[in-house]
Design a protein around this ligand. Structure first.
Ligand SMILES: [Zn+2]
Length: 216
């Protein structure tokens, strides 16, 4: 089924019965690569990857602080911890591949499978399609960008601040700025990493916001 105009190009995601899934398709040029959001609002975007380690204690902390979080969980981890994840309000679920594949080392058809399979699991667990893709290790090139668009996603989400096991990297800056995208991971140290972040946010007068509220 080859369409002619705009978003009616062939679909590349299939469901488990090998039926085509209807979704928009974007060209590589239309896929935006973002590591920061341009906004004057006093907000930062908390993004947390992989989804391996979750706990009741972490849930309490997130809920108590009403943290708005964009989660990039791997398909298998999202499924395994689906009860924990779907109990969190103020959380959206985005695409981080099916198996944490290093996207620049695999073929385009494998790239598309990684993204489509993860989108399918996210839809099954949450009822919603992801709208953002984050490549494992931040590894992407033009082929990856094209595969992202063909899989129905038009934002490739990087980051400009990272907090990992107590250490913060923010490209030489001393304080957070509006629109920063902060990368964290679901590790046993996540709660203390979030505390570090909340302190920095407070110092800079910033609050958390959801990427979906700033990008359509
Ligand atoms: Zn990852």
């Amino acid at each position: 089924m080859l369409g002619s105009a705009g978003s009616s190009k062939p679909n590349f995601c299939f469901d488990s019965q090998h039926r085509k899934i209807e979704h928009p398709v974007y060209s590589a040029d239309e896929v935006k690569v973002l590591s920061k959001i341009h906004t004057k609002d006093r907000v930062v975007f908390i993004t947390i990857d992989d989804g391996v380690t979750v706990s009741d204690d972490l849930a309490k902390f997130i809920d108590h602080n009403q943290l708005q979080i964009t989660t990039f969980a791997l398909a298998g981890e999202l499924w395994r911890n689906r009860d924990w994840f779907t109990q969190r309000s103020n959380m959206t679920f985005e695409n981080h591949t099916n198996t944490h594949a290093h996207m620049t080392l695999i073929k385009p058809e494998q790239q598309i499978y990684e993204i489509c399979r993860a989108s399918q699991v996210i839809r099954n667990v949450t009822g919603e399609r992801p709208v953002f893709f984050r490549p494992p290790g931040g590894s992407w090139n033009e082929d990856v960008r094209e595969s992202v668009g063909r899989s129905g996603i038009k934002y490739l989400l990087m980051w400009n601040v990272q907090i990992y096991r107590g250490s913060t990297s923010m490209s030489g800056r001393k304080s957070l700025s509006p629109g920063d995208i902060v990368l964290l991971h679901y590790t046993p140290s996540l709660k203390s990493d979030l505390k570090i972040l909340l302190t920095k946010m407070k110092q800079a007068g910033l609050r958390p916001a959801l990427l979906r509220d700033y990008l359509d």
